[in-house]
Design a protein around this ligand. Structure first.
Ligand code: EPZ
Length: 421
C-alpha cells in the first residue's frame, strides 16, 4: 500500500485547476443505462471510484472508450442486471444502478451496499420510493431483488430525509416510468441538478430543477437520446484546496470552479478572517491577519456541506480561539479527530459536536491513518502546517475521490511524495 510523506511549513503559492465532480460523474454514468445512443462525456475526474463504476457497467455489458477524462459509453448491449457484492462492497455509490436498471429492464439484483467508516448509510428511502412506483422489492442473502415486470409507474414520493443518491435513483427510475412522478423533499445539490439537466436534455420533461420539488414525466419505457455533456467542477475538491491555502496562509487561486456552488463554504472562510476574490470560473483566497474561530453545522445544500467538515476541522486547529462543529448528517464522521489529536490538536467530542481549541503553530508531524475520503484530505491539510514530517497511511481512501492530489500540491510548492509501505 502507498503512503504520503509530507514536510510541512512550506510557503505555497500559485493556482490549481479543479477536476470534474466525482459525485456528479457517478450518477451521470449510471444514467447512460437509460440511453438509446452512445454518450460522450468530458471532464471526468481520474479517480478510483470512476474506474470502479466503469468496471461495474462493463460487467453488466456496457462498452466504452475511456481516456481518463473523456469517455464514449454505449449501454445498448447491456444485458445483465446483477450488481455483485464484490464490486458494490468497494463502492457504495454502485447503488446508483438500481433505479436505471429497474426502470429499463423491469428487474435487477443489487448487492446491499454495506455501511462505511462514516456511518450505517441505509438505502431504505430508495427502496420505499421504488415500491411506491410499483416495484416489488425483497432482500435476499444481502441482495436487493427488485421486480417491476409491467414497468414502473409515476407516483408522489415524499422523502422523510433529504437523500442525494436517493433523489438521483428516483429521478432515473421516473425517467422511463409510465406517468408523472413528483419528488417532495428532493436533494438539490449541484450534482443532482446536473443529472436532472442531462436527463431533461435527453427528452424527459422535468420541472423544478434546483428546487426541493421535482416533477418528472416518464417516457413509458422509451429509451432516451442523450446529448454530449461535460461534468461540472468538483466543489468539494475546490473547497479542500481552499482549506490548503487558508491553513498555510497562502495566496492560492482555484481555477475551473463555479463559485456559487461554494457560497456556504466561502462565507465560513470570510468569518475566519480570510479574503475571498471571486471571478466567473475562479476563486482566490488571501491570508487572514488573524485566523478567527468558526461555528459550523453541516446540512444539505445550499447549507454547509458535510463533505467539507473534516477539512474545516483541520483548519480550525490553527484558529485563535474555540471552534464548534456539529455534524448533523452522518453518525460517525469524526474518524479524523483522533488522528488530528495525535498530531497535537486539542479536540473534544460530545455526540455529534466537536469542540476545537485552536493551538496555532502547535501541530507536530507523525504517522497518521486515513479512514475515509474526506478525513484523508483533512490529514493532508494538517500535515502542510505541522512541524517535521507526517506520514499518512491507507491513502487508498484519498485516491477514491482526489485526482492527482500530490501533483497538484507539489505544483504550488508543497513537499509531498507518495511512497510504498
Ligand atoms: C451523497 O451520499 C454523497 N455521495 C456523499 O459524499 C455525501 O456526503 C452525502 O451525499 C451527503 O451530501 C455521492 O453522491 C456518491 P444521503 P448519500 O443519502 O447519497 C440518510 C463523499 O465524500 N439516509 O444524502 O449516500 C443517511 O444515513 C461522499 O464524496 C437514510 O436514512 O447520502 C444520511 O444520514 C461521502 N436512508 C442522510 O440520509 C436512505 O435511504 C443523507 O444521506 C438514504 C439516506
Amino acid at each position: 500500500m502507498d503512503f504520503l510523506k509530507v514536510n510541512g511549513k512550506k510557503n505555497l503559492n500559485g493556482s490549481i485547476k479543479i477536476s470534474g465532480a466525482k459525485n456528479a460523474a457517478l450518477p451521470l454514468l449510471t444514467s447512460t443505462i437509460l440511453a438509446k445512443n452512445s454518450v460522450n462525456i468530458s471532464n471526468l475526474p481520474n479517480v478510483v471510484d470512476i474506474r470502479t463504476l466503469l468496471k461495474l457497467l462493463g460487467m453488466l455489458g456496457a462498452s466504452y472508450n475511456h481516456d481518463n477524462t473523456n469517455i464514449s459509453i454505449d449501454t445498448i448491449s447491456l444485458d445483465k442486471t446483477t450488481a455483485t457484492y464484490d464490486i458494490v462492497k468497494t463502492m457504495r455509490a454502485s447503488i446508483l444502478v438500481l433505479g436505471p436498471l429497474l426502470s429499463r429492464f423491469g428487474h435487477c439484483e443489487v448487492s446491499l451496499p454495506g455501511g462505511c467508516a462514516i456511518g450505517q448509510r441505509p438505502v431504505d428511502l430508495h427502496l420505499k420510493a421504488l415500491e411506491q412506483m410499483g416495484a416489488t422489492i425483497v432482500i435476499k442473502s444481502g441482495y436487493i431483488v427488485a421486480n417491476a415486470p409491467d414497468g414502473l409507474r409515476g407516483a408522489t414520493i415524499v422523502f422523510d430525509k433529504v437523500t442525494v443518491t436517493g433523489t438521483e435513483n428516483i429521478v432515473m427510475a421516473a425517467a422511463l416510468a409510465k406517468g408523472t412522478t413528483t419528488i417532495i423533499n428532493a436533494a438539490k445539490e449541484p450534482e443532482v441538478v446536473q443529472l436532472c439537466e442531462v436527463i431533461r436534455d435527453a427528452g424527459v420533461k422535468i420541472e423544478g430543477i434546483g428546487t426541493n420539488t421535482l416533477t418528472i414525466e416518464g417516457t413509458c419505457g422509451e429509451l432516451l437520446d442523450f446529448k454530449d455533456f461535460e461534468i461540472i467542477p468538483d466543489r468539494i475538491e475546490a473547497g479542500t484546496y481552499l482549506c490548503v491555502g487558508a491553513i498555510t496562509n497562502s495566496i492560492l487561486k482555484i481555477e475551473n470552479v463555479i463559485p456559487t456552488h461554494l457560497d456556504a463554504v466561502l462565507n465560513k472562510f470570510e468569518e475566519m478572517g480570510y479574503m475571498i476574490l471571486k471571478e466567473p470560473t475562479t476563486i482566490t483566497i488571501c491570508p487572514a491577519n488573524k485566523i478567527s474561530p468558526v461555528n459550523i453545522v453541516t446540512t444539505e445544500y445550499p447549507g454547509f456541506p458535510t463533505d467539507m467538515q473534516a477539512q474545516f476541522m483541520a483548519l480550525a486547529t490553527m484558529a485563535n480561539g474555540v471552534s464548534v462543529i456539529d455534524e448533523k448528517l452522518f453518525e460517525n464522521r469524526f474518524m479524523h479527530v483522533s488522528e488530528l489529536v495525535r498530531m497535537g490538536a486539542d479536540i473534544k467530542l460530545n455526540g455529534t459536536v466537536a469542540t476545537i481549541t485552536g493551538t496555532p503553530k502547535k501541530l507536530l508531524g507523525t504517522d497518521v491513518m486515513a479512514t475515509d475520503l474526506r478525513a484523508s484530505s483533512a490529514l493532508v491539510i494538517a500535515a502542510l502546517v505541522a512541524d517535521e514530517e507526517t506520514r499518512i497511511h491507507r491513502i487508498y481512501h484519498l485516491d477514491r475521490g482526489y485526482d492527482r492530489l500530490e501533483e497538484k500540491l507539489t505544483s504550488i510548492g508543497a513537499d509531498i511524495v507518495r511512497e510504498k509501505e
